[in-house]
Ligand binder design. Structure first.
Ligand code: SF4
Length: 361
């Protein structure tokens, strides 16, 4: 438990919380952009212990929640074809599309399979040469290296019945999109711990240099989060924006070079559609030209459906930190984790699910 207990020490956390009170009394909004941070903040009750002037807002950090509705509808349509096997991580199964979900389609007989890794999907393709195996490639830099590995594996095996339906996102460009959105006020960011283990600290530096917004890379224990808040408040108070790393036990400045290399071997930067946020320039990745034979849209001659808004669901505003789930009329009534209306209630890391689970007032 070394490297964990120290970061859970109640006395140390209390001392840091006390220091937060002394640091500033200006109204400050800090956004976390990682679903695991959102859950950790609720689980540890940190929000309730903060001085009144500090507001924590949850941004777009949950991969399932930010995947556009049109993408889900397209996956559902593909699942109706007899010549296709859909493979996906478990969270995607329950995300409601406009009229159905992959889970419902599976119950109706569609060939939809949950996998733990895209490499499992490649194995399914090997075992089913008469079917096209489509992997639902969503998520951030944390999962993208394994998706890139699956593409390499398919090339090595010379398989021609595996493809990926792409909606891959990158975090730093998204944070820039949030900073540039005039409707959102952000004084500082808690950078995502898992994503940062892959990309390192350097890709966030433009936030401080170009926009004067400080950010701190943090882990997921109470001590990590409170220490990150202390660092942020100090930088805001002193008007010295920088990017700090308080998760150095896992995050290196230069990131994980092998993971970075495999991502850039297979993918290139593109614009990306986000649920509720629309298109953000340069915030996505797509297969390089030489791998277009693995792009589901090109291979099957289809396009991802246009976005349709779910009636009454304010997931988009929740993902921007402009509204909380408590402002949604459906929260905890028509929309619960058992019967989710929007994606933010489906995933364990979704903000609506966190509010529901921890009973946030
Ligand atoms: Fe959407 Fe449900 Fe969240 Fe409301 S509570 S914003 S319907 S996911």
């Amino acid at each position: 438990m070394k490297y964990l207990e120290e970061f859970r020490d109640v006395a140390t956390v209390k001392k840091m919380l006390y220091k937060l009170k002394l640091e500033s009394n200006k109204k400050i909004k800090i956004m976390e952009v990682c679903g695991t941070h959102t859950m950790a903040i609720f689980r540890t009750g940190i929000r309730d212990l903060l001085p009144d002037n500090i507001e924590l807002i949850s941004g777009p950090g949950c991969p399932v929640c930010v995947t556009p509705q049109g993408y889900i509808d397209t996956a559902i349509e593909l699942s109706k074809r007899e010549d296709i096997i859909i493979t996906t991580f478990a969270d995607m199964m329950r995300v409601p599309g406009t009229d159905s979900s992959l889970q419902k389609q599976k119950a109706l007989g569609a060939n939809v399979r949950m996998v733990y890794s895209p490499l499992d999907a490649v194995k399914i393709a090997q075992d089913n040469p008469d079917k096209e195996v489509v992997f639902l490639a969503i998520g951030f830099e944390t999962t993208i290296p394994t998706i890139a590995l699956s593409v390499k594996r398919v090339e090595e095996l010379n398989l021609n019945n595996y493809s990926i339906l792409q909606s891959l996102k990158t975090m730093p460009a998204t944070m820039e999109g949030l900073v540039l959105d005039e409707e959102i006020e952000i004084d500082g960011f808690i950078c995502p711990g898992h994503v940062s283990t892959v990309i390192g600290v350097k890709p966030y530096e433009f936030l401080a240099e170009k926009y004067g917004v400080p950010a701190v890379v943090a882990g997921f224990e109470s001590g990590d989060i409170v220490f990150a808040l202390y660092k942020l408040l100090k930088m805001i108070q002193d008007r010295e924006p920088k990017i700090e790393n308080v998760y150095s036990r896992l995050v290196k400045y230069e990131g994980n070079q092998s993971a970075i290399n495999i991502i850039s071997d297979i993918f290139e930067v593109t614009n990306s559609q986000w649920r509720g946020l629309g298109e953000i320039k340069g915030s996505g990745l797509k297969l390089r030209n030489e791998y277009q034979n693995i792009d589901t849209e090109i291979k099957l001659g289809i396009s991802i459906s246009r976005e349709k808004k779910l009636k009454g669901c304010i997931c988009g505003e929740v993902l921007k930190g402009k509204k909380t789930p408590l402002e949604c009329k459906l929260f905890s009534k028509a929309c619960t984790p058992v019967n989710p209306i929007g994606a933010c209630m489906v995933s364990e890391e979704g903000t609506c699910a966190a509010y529901y689970k921890y009973g946030k007032k």
